[in-house]
Design a protein around this ligand. Structure first.
Ligand code: PMP
Length: 365
């Protein structure tokens, strides 16, 4: 028999955006606009460099497995019990921990595609079943369909807001409606990787609502996006109770966040002024790009994240052609349709992207 688990036969491996190293190997250019992985183009707080340098004298020692300093700071600022926090090398790792801590083979996990691929990958790798609730034509969540889908012994519901790759936000009213109808034995995973990019007038704190619901839940957040630390691999989760974290601690790798990464995350967190400045620049660019994309005949979704998504005739060919011109964007196939997801970059890179995109669309027309 195969030495590998049969559940893995059904898993399509995750394919991330192209790295600068690979793009540079394929096309001999000195500069690319890297707009395929929803990073913060302005980088982290300038304080991160010094914090990482200071932490270098500890590199021969294993890291603090409890992330003590980062935990204490987040616990205080977020007003959550320190033992209800979980850390990992990216929120994707915490997602993996949370699903493996709650889902048995054969269990059902509900999600709404198109969404972040890791939910389905981990679920299938466990040998559990993905139930996809179709989104509405504008890719907003079909709240009634989600509510209907979780009534028959479902194990986990994953909600991603703003959703990757569509950018759609789940409103406070819709979130409240889901919680009101969600059975208490369904575990709720709320992926908030892009929460910092939500317009101020649409933001809300989901934690009091989750506490009031009273079931088992985990809110996932990251230092990879707005905090500008994608390469450092730090994510965190806020759990419904220390119990959930205690179960995760049974299966997570012990030394899972490197010392330099913990130091970088703490420095980035401690500079909220830099966070707000770079988020504001990205949100302004998101708004500036919207009419420009429409002028090209495209219909971007209503994005509250740091990217735009729009349908094109052949996203793979278009992204390849754009890559040859130095602009890295992400093709997103969905059923028989194909979309491009372009991260919001610096103003200069966004204008470069628009020029190259317009050129490709003109060639196709
Ligand atoms: N959730 C969503 C919705 C994402 O888009 C991503 C990254 N693309 C992640 C989680 C994982 O990010 P990280 O592991 O870097 O925290």
């Amino acid at each position: 028999r195969s030495p590998f688990r049969s559940a893995l036969d059904a898993v399509i491996p995750y394919k991330g955006g192209m790295s600068l190293a690979e793009a540079g190997r394929r096309y001999r250019r000195t500069r690319f606009a890297k707009l395929a992985s929803n990073e913060n183009p302005f980088g982290p707080s300038p304080n991160v460099a010094a914090a990482v340098r200071d932490a270098l004298h500890e590199v021969e020692f294993y890291p603090d497995a409890a992330c003590t300093d980062l935990r204490a700071r987040l616990s205080a600022d977020l007003d959550v019990d320190p033992t209800a926090l979980v850390f990992g090398p990216g929120s994707e790792a915490i997602l993996d921990y949370a699903l493996r801590a709650t889902v048995d083979p054969g269990d059902v996990v509900v999600q709404s595609a198109p969404t972040f691929p890791s939910y389905a990958i981990v679920t299938k790798a466990i040998g559990a079943i993905v139930r996809d609730v179709t989104r509405k034509p504008d890719f907003s969540l079909d709240v009634d369909a989600v509510i209907a889908s979780v009534q028959d012994g479902v194990r986990v519901l994953v909600l991603c807001t703003p959703n990757n790759p569509t950018g759609n936000l789940l409103s406070r009213a819709d979130f409240a409606r889901i919680l009101a109808a969600l059975p208490k034995d369904v575990v709720l995973l709320l992926d908030e990787a892009y929460r910092e990019y939500i317009d101020a007038d649409k933001q809300f704190d989901p934690l009091p609502m989750l506490r009031a619901w009273g079931g088992t839940w985990l809110a996932l957040r990251t230092f990879s996006k707005a905090y500008g630390l994608a390469s450092m691999r730090v994510g965190y989760g806020i759990a419904s109770s220390p119990d959930f974290v205690a179960y995760i601690d049974r299966l997570r790798p012990f030394f899972n966040v490197p010392t330099l990464s913990q130091a970088a995350a703490l420095a980035a967190w401690s500079d909220q002024a830099h966070l707000h400045k770079t988020v504001a620049a990205t949100v302004a660019e998101r708004a500036r790009l919207l009419p420009k994309l429409r002028e090209l005949g495209l219909t971007p979704t209503d994005s509250q994240a740091n990217f735009h998504l729009f349908e094109v005739a052949d996203a793979v060919a278009t992204s390849e052609a754009m890559l040859a011109e130095g602009v890295i964007v992400r093709p997103i196939p969905f059923g028989t349709r194909s979309f491009l997801r372009v991260s919001i970059g610096t103003r200069e890179d966004n204008d470069w992207m628009l020029t190259v995109l317009a050129e490709q669309l003109r060639k196709k027309a």
